[in-house]
Design a protein around this ligand. Structure first.
Ligand SMILES: *Cc1c(COP(=O)(O)O)cnc(C)c1O
Length: 436
């Protein structure tokens, strides 16, 4: 069986594409695709290594490429598409707002931002929110906020503030953020870096405790490390580190840009351990897959350190983004996407674990944030993703050995069942160009 949307792909087109031919040869891109790949290769920086598929249409969990083939999107733009492609309610909000006003800058007020922030605070239980655009900007905002809180509230000597981060972290691509990465590829050639960060092993609460000094202002942590390879910390890690931070007067900063908004089977991954961070950072799905919207949430004690002129963004809080984010948040809550993610995710993870394969070392995750770890001996995860693509499943490797499955949370169980029929043989090595 080939995976296709009911009205979708043409099996002949796939058979003639050459994607499933000789497993020893690299898959050759069909003609229309090749032209787009050449164009991107020629005119764009080579800072990504995408799968050779060129998409021209998407709806819900389905996307179609320029050859007319249909795929199930199991990456969901790194969880920026939790609501699926072009969710009707979000598209309606986008269209409606686009007819009124799109950008005011923060030099003036607009009639969408206040309601957006009020609804976001209500959904998360924080007093205040500061809107930005991308995740990295929100992380930068949180760093500035916590540093200034350290100087003005905690009493850290000027210029001495420290923030503790974890090995394997990913928080974006600005120079400050890559400076505290433990991943050499993220940093090499981009220094010098911003001082004031310390790295401790992820998952080790005692290491955090020992690294804290009187100048420590914050602990920045992902409840599950997405880009790090869907790394789930030990049970109680979040609760323990939360408590350590409270005892020592350190701001607990949860980067839920990827884990948040339903992805892991709760509205926020911190909810799994019933903890409330001091600073919550959200992005990705907040924009519903149509517009970049991010935000930092905190109570007044932190947020009120900002004064006019301290910080800003031309596009942050713009009415188009705010209207889109309101709809995006409403979809997550009204369609109970966290519950869907929980139920479908645990079932799907069990099914993946039940696939008998010599290539799979481990299946891990929470909700519909799932990593399938390929054994080193079976080579990297990339050829498995290429084989999945040839069968109509789009997933992407992360951190060399891990295939990430993180489809839109609106996915149906029947669609996951059909996906499994394609995924199982690939995990067993069928059609995979094993590199060892
Ligand atoms: C994607 C991501 C970011 C960065 O978001 P951008 O919108 O790409 O800047 C930060 N933190 C985490 C955990 C992420 O997954």
């Amino acid at each position: 069986m080939t995976l296709s949307q009911p009205s979708g792909s043409d099996p002949d087109a796939r058979a003639s594409s050459g994607l499933r031919s000789d497993p020893g040869a690299p898959p050759a891109a069909p003609a229309a695709t090749a032209a787009f790949l050449d164009e991107a290769d020629r005119y764009s920086a080579h800072n990504y290594k995408p799968l050779p598929v060129v998409l021209e249409w998407g709806e819900g969990v389905w996307v179609r490429d320029v050859e007319g083939r249909t795929y199930l999107d199991m990456l969901a733009a790194y969880s920026a598409l939790n609501q699926g492609h072009r969710h009707p309610a979000i598209m309606e909000a986008l269209r409606e707002q686009a007819e009124r006003i799109t950008l005011t800058s923060r030099a003036f007020h607009n009639d969408q931002m206040g309601a957006f922030l009020r609804e976001l605070c209500a959904a998360t239980g924080f007093q205040k929110a500061l809107p930005m655009n991308t995740g990295a900007e929100a992380v930068e905002t949180a760093i500035k906020m916590v540093r200034k809180w350290g100087y003005t509230v905690k009493g850290v000597p000027e210029g001495q503030a420290e923030i503790i981060v974890c090995t394997g972290n990913f928080a974006g691509r600005t120079t400050t953020i890559v400076g505290f990465s433990s991943e050499e590829a993220y940093k090499a050639g981009f220094g010098p870096f911003t001082p004031g960060f310390r790295i401790v092993p992820y998952g080790d609460a005692r290491a955090l405790e020992e690294a804290i000094t009187p100048n420590t202002v914050g602990f920045l942590v992902e409840p599950i490390q997405g880009e790090g390879g869907v790394v789930v910390p030990p049970d109680r890690y979040l609760a323990c580190t939360r408590e350590i931070c409270r005892d020592r007067g350190v701001a607990f900063m949860a980067d839920e840009i990827q884990t948040g908004l339903g992805r892991t089977g709760r509205l926020f991954c911190c909810d799994w351990e019933d903890i409330r961070p001091d600073v919550l950072i959200v992005g990705k799905a907040l924009g519903g897959g149509v517009y970049p919207v991010s935000a930092v949430l905190a109570d007044a004690e932190y947020m009120d350190v900002f004064r006019p002129g301290d910080h800003g963004s031309t596009f942050g809080g713009n009415p188009l983004g705010a209207a889109v984010a309101r709809a995006s948040l409403r979809v997550i809550l009204e369609e109970e996407l966290p519950r869907r993610s929980d139920e479908l995710g645990s079932w799907f993870m069990d099914e993946l674990r039940a696939v008998a394969s010599p290539h799979v070392e481990e299946v891990r995750g929470k909700g519909l944030m799932i990593g399938v770890v390929i054994r080193e001996a079976s080579g990297p995860a990339r050829p498995f993703c290429e084989a999945l693509m040839a069968r109509g499943i789009l997933a992407k490797e992360t951190h060399h050995q891990v295939i990430r499955f993180a489809p839109p949370l609106v996915i149906q169980r029947s669609e996951l069942e059909r996906a499994l029929e394609e995924i199982a043989p690939v995990l067993r090595g069928e059609g995979v160009r094993l590199q060892s």
